[in-house]
Design a protein around this ligand. Structure first.
Ligand code: 6PG
Length: 241
């Protein structure tokens, strides 16, 4: 847990250190959408201690919009990270959401499978996730568990409540990773963070279904998003950073 306002700096620092710690010439990073990562991506792109030629980029979910749309998770990453660091196009595997959610999900399922088993270790090295105040992560929404069963690595969903069509990786795909980190900063996330980290909680949340090889999900929090934890929330994963 870091002071308010320091979340993106801390996350960028940790991501850079993690990338540097990995052997080999390829680091597979699965990016999150939403607004939280924006500051993280911008800080990452300003760093000089990352060999970006090693990186291969994937996404945990995408809205069924054009990459030019303000809603596009790829578009956000392109502006704040991929273009600034000169990411090689052949190493950027975006979800082709403009083809429609079902078609894009099928194509991405094939893209992911093409990378499974092509090296030792899991599909991803690091998966970055956010969490909505309703408990969704990627485009896995509470109560929609039936969408996530089966063998698929990516699926189409309407997200419910008029959110529009999306493509999401399944919990199984998101778990095929050395590490999974959830970035949650600010007071608006304090309740859902407490609920998500409360082992005695009633309802199921998507993050319950995500278990990386490292054993637990790491929560990168700031003082405000962690502020409810001292009210008895008992982290059932790794201690929030
Ligand atoms: C998306 C994201 C989503 C996001 C959460 C939190 O496409 O919307 O993948 O899962 O991480 O909604 O969003 P904020 O970071 O904007 O709070």
């Amino acid at each position: 847990m870091v002071p308010d306002g320091r979340g993106p700096d801390e996350a960028a620092e940790r991501i850079a250190a993690f990338i540097r710690s990995l052997p080999g010439d390829e680091v597979r990073l699965c990016l999150s959408g939403g607004s939280t990562p924006t500051g993280v991506y911008r800080r990452l792109s300003d760093r000089s201690d990352i060999d970006w030629a090693r990186l291969r980029f994937f996404w945990g979910d995408e809205r069924a919009v054009s990459p030019a749309s303000d809603e596009s998770n790829y578009g956000l990453a392109r502006e704040t990270l991929l273009e600034p660091v000169g990411a090689a196009p052949e190493r950027v595997h975006r979800i082709l959401a403009e083809k429609g959610a079902e078609a894009a999900a099928s194509l991405y399922d094939r893209t992911l499978r093409a990378h499974v088993g092509t090296r030792s270790g899991p599909l991803f090295d690091l998966v970055l996730l956010g969490i909505g105040t309703d408990g969704h992560t990627a485009s896995l929404f509470p109560g929609r568990e039936s969408e996530w069963d089966g063998e698929r690595l990516a699926f189409a969903t309407d997200g419910g409540e008029g959110r529009g069509l999306r493509v999401s990786l399944t919990p199984a795909a998101l778990s095929d990773a050395r590490e999974v980190w959830v970035l949650a900063f600010g007071a608006e996330k304090s309740d859902i963070v407490r609920e998500a980290l409360d082992a005695g909680r009633g309802r199921a949340l998507p993050t319950d279904r995500i278990g990386p090889r490292s054993g637990g999900v790491l929560w990168l929090l700031d003082a405000s998003s962690a502020s409810e934890l001292d009210r008895g929330g008992s982290p059932h994963d790794e201690t929030p950073a």
